[in-house]
Ligand binder design. Structure first.
Ligand SMILES: C[S@@+](CC[C@H](N)C(=O)[O-])C[C@H]1O[C@@H](n2cnc3c(N)ncnc32)[C@H](O)[C@@H]1O
Length: 335
């Protein structure tokens, strides 16, 4: 099938290709063609070639060979931008210089992406949310993300969610046995709680979050995933744990930066044998020691001891800081 294209002298080819790419007019589904002196650059069907007014270039038609594989971002942009995909939203990380062009390439490379946003702020504030700027596609911050057979609706401006913890969540699930009680102290829209509830139907999950918007999505996600063993609690974990004293087999503390302030509250729901899954941001020269000391001190205040069972780096946070997980088993009688 013939396609509309631009014929241009080989020497000017790269300049014209870049220009068409910037304008979002390059058809990247087929290979650029050439003969001895010219190259033929394919245009997307909707391109209005008469508006282009390219010097020394001719609008013509010819057949092109399809790419065997869909064009990659590297192929389209000459580099791979830093981004993550949450549901149908691609989120470009700060540092991206040509947002419009990167957004065009993302929309073209991945048919599941309908919206491209860029982060305007880091994760911030008590509710760990971010601000975004809309770049291209459908103008929304709401999406539904699929992960390990679960679906999570989230408005990214109103509540925290990251797909980067998917593997970590599955690691926690592997440690939970049927019939256990889990307290998810900072549950957000529910990715730890719902994954566990769905895969361990006889577990009881108490999911707490202080952000009313996160809890709204948590409740929605409980219904979306048809789980009946999650109790969604809106409130401050420090206060709410008093209603669940001494019942937890697992306590998930996914509030890096400030989880330390909640260790005494974690000890309220703990009992001998409870496993605490504690997340922190730590410097490379003290990945685990100080955090372990804080956990041990809180356990001692509650009349417990601890047995460290695992430590791991979850992901890199900044050049010299890491998001780590420390897991300890509670020992002793408690107060
Ligand atoms: C890093 S997010 C983690 C959310 C969820 N666990 C996840 O993986 O997506 C931390 C959550 O803690 C919540 N939070 C902050 N302070 C809290 C508090 N005092 N009590 C309960 N939740 C709190 C925030 O609203 C946020 O949703």
């Amino acid at each position: 099938m013939n396609r509309q294209c631009i014929r241009v002298d080989k020497k000017k080819g790269e300049h014209v290709r870049k220009l068409l790419m910037e304008k979002g007019l390059l058809d990247t589904s087929v290979r650029i063609a050439s003969d001895d002196s010219c190259i033929y650059i394919p245009l997307i069907p909707a391109a209005n070639a008469t508006d282009l007014s390219l010097e020394d270039a001719l609008v013509t038609e010819r057949e092109f060979v399809m790419h065997e594989r869909p064009a990659t971002l590297e192929h389209m942009l000459g580099y791979t931008p830093r981004y993550e995909v949450i549901g149908s939203i691609a989120l470009l990380e700060s540092g991206e210089t040509d947002l419009e062009r990167a957004a065009d390439a993302l929309l073209q490379a991945n048919p599941h992406i309908k919206t491209v946003l860029a982060a305007l702020s880091p994760v911030e504030g008590e509710f760990r949310t971010r601000r975004f700027i809309f770049i291209k596609g459908e103008n929304t911050t709401h999406t539904v993300h699929k992960e390990y057979g679960c679906r999570y609706a989230v408005d990214m401006e109103k509540a925290y969610f990251t797909p980067r913890l998917a593997t970590e969540r599955s690691r926690i699930l592997e440690q939970v046995r049927e019939g256990e009680v889990i307290t998810d102290m900072f549950a957000g829209v529910g990715p730890f709680s719902i994954l566990i509830a769905k895969n361990r139907p006889s577990c009881r999950v108490v999911a707490i979050d202080k952000n009313p918007e996160a809890v709204k999505f948590l409740r929605h996600n409980i219904a979306l995933n048809a789980v009946s063993n999650v109790e969604a609690i809106e409130g401050d974990a420090k206060a709410e744990v008093r209603n669940y004293a001494g019942i937890a087999d697992h306590v998930i503390m996914n509030l890096p930066h400030t989880a330390q302030e909640f260790l005494d509250a974690a000890m309220v729901v703990a009992k001998p044998g409870t496993v605490i899954h504690y997340y922190d941001i730590t410097p490379e020269d003290d990945l685990y020691s100080s955090s372990l000391a804080h956990i041990e001190a809180a356990a001692q205040r509650a009349g417990f001891g601890i047995e460290p069972i695992a430590t791991r780096i979850v992901r890199s946070y900044s050049p010299h800081q890491f998001n780590v997980c420390i897991e300890v088993r509670i020992q002793g009688r408690g107060r």
